[in-house]
Design a protein around this ligand. Structure first.
Ligand SMILES: [Zn+2]
Ligand SMILES: [Zn+2]
Length: 346
């Protein structure tokens, strides 16, 4: 079979590999869609401390069961499935308390285990043990199902930031994650959603698809001023930074309303993770600043339901479908910012 393997930073190869065999408790799937995201671009350029090469990349996975290992109950060839990316251990203190996104033993598909940029993959028993394999509802195609993984991460972020009915929500960053945040905020009852983005072309592309109530091009307008004006000086109830930008995070705190919640959704570069925070704004305005680290198996199941029910449409966000051979072009496309969701069809 063909696979896309990470060998070293800047060295990702499409090569032939033997088909994997499922061990006891494992399930083998024929990958139908594995979608790409900014993380894949980062891994291909810089590697990742959890990846020991060579490793098949890809973590937004949907496919069809073709073989089940010994002692696997409830799954059979022909089942259509979506696979979690982050695998919690299920037994550490955090997992037992229900904080599965911050499991200290977390492993991931495409990092510790071979991922979805391949014709076949083995879903490890560990994934099944934490309910990480989800049945794709009838009528939902594999490409849309593969978007359940990033949507699950977005759902975790909005739950932590308590996005709800009547909220004035600002999303900073209009990539695929920003677009999913706009859609989910609407589904959760936000009164108004404003999309902020530095690059005018990217903003126009995203806004044409997800139709926010307002847009702010941060390249030519001060986003803090703009959000204050849009909200009659109040600020936003929730601000989500879906961009790897320290200044966006600083602006997010400044544009939050009293009792506002700020989600630092996107991480910052490892070598530059420090921002300046006006602690008095947090203190007097009773702000809540939250992080977001991936998603739990339950978030994936819920995300798949949100997509299937139409509450969070994603079909139109999938702007490009490419074969496995073109995975490196897909990474370039993602990096260029001229696409929203790019999916690989192995
Ligand atoms: Zn991703
Ligand atoms: Zn754990």
């Amino acid at each position: 079979m063909k696979v896309v393997r990470f060998h070293a930073p800047g060295d990702v190869r499409i090569s032939d590999a033997p088909e994997p065999t499922p061990g006891a408790g494992d399930v083998k799937i024929r990958v139908r869609n594995c979608s790409t995201c900014g993380t894949d671009v980062k891994i291909s350029r810089f590697g990742h401390h959890h990846i020991v090469p060579p490793r098949v990349m890809g973590h937004e996975i949907a496919g069809e069961v073709v073989e089940v290992g010994q002692d696997v109950d409830g799954w059979a060839p022909g089942d259509r499935v979506q696979v979690i990316a982050a695998i919690p251990c299920g037994h550490c203190v955090e997992c037992r308390r229900g904080f599965r996104t911050v499991c200290e033993n977390q492993e991931s598909m495409g990092y510790h285990y071979d991922g979805g940029f391949a014709e076949y993959l083995v879903v490890p028993a560990k994934v099944l043990a934490v309910d990480g394999l989800n049945r794709i509802p009838d009528g939902l195609d594999y490409a849309q199902a593969s978007v359940a993984e990033p949507l699950a991460c977005v759902l975790n972020g909005q739950q932590l930031a308590r996005v709800g009915t009547g909220d004035d929500v600002v999303i900073i960053g209009s990539g695929p994650i920003g677009c999913l945040h706009v859609r989910l905020a609407r589904a959760r009852g936000a009164a108004r959603v404003t999309l902020v983005e530095l690059n005018p072309e990217r903003l126009a592309l995203a806004a044409a698809l997800v139709a926010p109530d307002a847009t702010v091009c941060a390249g030519d307008t001060d986003p803090v001023d703009a959000v204050r004006k849009l909200t009659d000086g109040r600020g936003a109830d929730v601000v989500v930074t879906a961009a790897a930008s320290g200044s966006a995070q600083e602006q997010a705190v400044q544009m939050a309303a009293r009792q506002g919640r700020i989600s630092l959704f996107g991480g910052l570069p490892k070598d530059n993770p420090t921002i300046r925070l006006d602690a008095n704004l947090v203190h007097y305005r009773e702000l809540t600043v939250v992080g977001a680290n991936g998603s739990s198996p339950a978030h994936n199941a819920e995300a798949l339901r949100l997509i299937a029910s139409g509450a969070v449409p994603v079909a139109d966000l999938i702007t490009h479908r490419l074969p496995l051979d073109a995975t490196l072009d897909a990474f370039d496309l993602v990096a260029s910012g001229t696409a929203i969701k790019v999916t690989i069809e192995p």
